[in-house]
Design a protein around this ligand. Structure first.
Ligand code: COA
Length: 258
């Protein structure tokens, strides 16, 4: 169905694999078009409760935006390219369903930005992270300057941005950029375990957690007010009645996402 993505749906978890291994899964226009199409599915298909995002092969998650598409761009076309990439990654960050990056190798440039737009990250032991854009006379354009500061703090972030230095998985763990480091062969199983647990929870409440957490970084919003609104909205759901009733009745809740 897609030319540059592989998708498979298993136990309500959609695995999306960026599939250009001969180009280290670099993000070209086709990948962006297909990512947006698969995000339509994620947002709209009730069979999908959560998502794993990874890269094909053992070498790279994503080695960045496809540099061959940069040639000859006007400043206006470059701005549009950045805004389009930012919009796509914003849709990942604001997905009502959890999206976890399984970083199986190089996550450089747009690849690191893509991983950072996911709700959290799990790294394989050999994963490497970096924003090497200054090597190309550029800075990150898909939200990397913003999310790297949010995730690891300004001092560490600007050092990485300005030096183009790569960090290994354990340094990423120490910085809080990833939640876990596991051997490559355990990467998808680790994510599947966490998402299978999340998939047993009330879906609208899970979505509310994402909305409220994202509000921390949105200057147009008061995060505490967003939290209170989301809390109030949960009281109007069948799942809240089911969850609280099941607790009192000492049984396991069965959530319907309503
Ligand atoms: N855009 C387009 N093509 C890319 C790419 C990118 N970001 N990253 C890798 N590729 C391609 C290479 O051109 C090469 O293609 P070829 O076989 O047709 O020549 C192929 O992927 C394999 O990459 P190669 O550089 O040969 O692998 P390596 O093991 O020697 O080096 C990296 C791996 C990741 C260190 C290196 O590919 C690299 O530095 N990539 C660019 C990273 C970057 O600057 N990203 C930010 C972009 S804004």
């Amino acid at each position: 169905m897609y030319s540059s993505l592989l998708t498979s749906l298993d136990n309500n978890i959609l695995t999306i694999t960026i599939n250009r291994p001969d180009k280290l899964n670099a993000l070209n226009k086709t990948v962006f078009t297909e990512l947006n199409a698969v995000l339509d599915e994620v947002y709209g298909n009730p069979e999908i409760k959560s998502v794993i995002l990874t890269g094909a092969g053992e070498k790279a998650f994503v080695a960045g935006a496809d540099i061959t598409e940069f040639k000859g761009l006007s400043t206006e076309a470059a701005r549009q390219m950045a805004v389009h990439g930012q919009d796509t990654f914003f849709r990942i960050e604001h997905s009502p369903k959890p999206i976890v990056a399984c970083v199986n190798g190089f996550a450089l440039g747009g690849g690191c930005e893509l991983a950072m737009s996911c709700h959290f990250r799990i790294a394989a032991t050999q994963a490497k992270f970096g924003q090497p854009e200054v090597n190309l006379g550029l800075l990150p354009g898909y939200g990397g300057t913003q999310r790297l500061v949010q995730l690891i703090g300004k001092g560490r972030a600007v050092e990485l941005l300005m030096s183009a230095a790569m960090i290994d998985a354990n340094t990423a763990l120490q910085y809080g950029l990833v939640n876990y480091v596991v051997p490559q062969e355990e990467l998808l199983a680790k994510a599947t375990g966490i998402l299978s647990l999340i998939n047993t929870k009330a879906p609208l409440a899970v979505a509310a957690c994402i909305t409220a957490a994202n509000a921390v970084f949105d200057e147009t919003k008061n995060g505490f007010a967003v939290e209170a609104d989301e809390f109030a909205k949960c009281f109007a759901t069948e799942d809240m009645i089911e969850g609280t009733t099941a607790f009192v009745e000492k049984r396991k809740a069965v959530f319907k996402g309503r």
